[in-house]
Design a protein around this ligand. Structure first.
Ligand code: DGL
Length: 265
């Protein structure tokens, strides 16, 4: 079973790619809706709950962990990999960085994400470590998560917000833009249409799913076939807000949430 976690419903954009690239694998998902957003929380908070969730997923029999949250990947992936070694732990940042490096021609890369992800500087550091000639520009975009959760994917207001955030990056001449937050893949089309300039947009959810696929093809840590009667499980630590809307955007169908907060004791 693949254990996947996020601060809430946004991680379903990663589940969508996992289903696409890894059909046949059973998943267990945990969305920490009781404590979201992670994007404006401090490092220690995000680390603490990422650790608790990883431990819980492993106790639920997950064999690998996918951190389907950019903020948690930024703040907590190194400590999770250390603490839960040798469990394979995948995160959002390395695969997106690799894809951006392979994509850029003019070596100018933009990153958008939550305030926490941008503040951590992790995308910026990893890109510059790989190629010190890069010019990296970043922009926190706190308003985009609530707009997506309201289902306002191509609303006038959303288009204005996208312009406000992304035009300064476009003015810097970027040719590649990393969508460094779970919710932004749902805005990919409208972002491409709004910035209309041939900038290549990287979806880290897809980069990550491809990396997990290659790993599982080469390492037999999980039974591929879902056993009869076993289903995907979606846990949330509190009632997920607008789950039906987000799951419709991701899978064109509803999912059945199991609401339970294992950490509120
Ligand atoms: N899942 C978060 C991320 O990708 C966005 C939502 C939140 O701030 O909790 O950074």
């Amino acid at each position: 079973m693949i254990g996947i976690f996020d601060s809430g419903v946004g991680g379903l954009t990663i589940v969508k790619e996992i289903f696409k690239y890894l059909p046949g694998y059973q998943i267990i998902y945990f969305g920490d809706t009781a404590r979201l957003p992670y994007g404006t929380k401090g490092e220690n908070f995000v680390k603490k709950y990422s650790e608790k969730i990883t431990d819980w997923l492993l106790r639920k029999n997950a064999k690998i962990i996918v951190i389907a949250c950019n903020t948690s990947s930024a703040w907590a992936s190194d400590s999770l990999k250390k603490k839960f070694s040798p469990t394979p732990i995948f995160e959002m940042i390395n695969p997106a960085v690799a894809e951006a490096l392979a994509t850029t021609k003019n070596k100018k890369i933009g990153i958008i994400g939550t305030p926490g992800t941008i503040k951590s500087g992790v995308y910026q550091k990893k890109l510059l470590k790989a190629d010190s000639n890069l010019k990296v520009f970043s922009q926190p975009c706190a308003l985009l998560v609530p707009l997506v959760e309201e289902g306002m994917l191509d609303d006038k207001i959303t288009i204005e917000v996208i312009k406000k955030y992304i035009e300064p990056l476009k003015d810097k001449g970027i040719d590649t833009l990393i969508l460094g937050c779970t919710h932004y893949p749902l805005l990919k089309d409208i972002i491409e249409k709004t910035i209309d300039s041939g900038i290549k947009v990287i979806n880290p959810a897809e980069s990550l799913a491809k990396e997990v696929k290659i790993y599982l093809e080469n390492n037999s840590v999980i039974d591929k076939k879902i056993k009869r009667g076993n289903v995907h499980k979606f846990f949330f630590s509190d009632e997920p807000y607008n789950l039906a809307k987000i799951s419709h955007f991701c899978f064109s169908k509803k999912i059945n949430p199991i609401v339970k907060d294992p950490f509120n004791v």
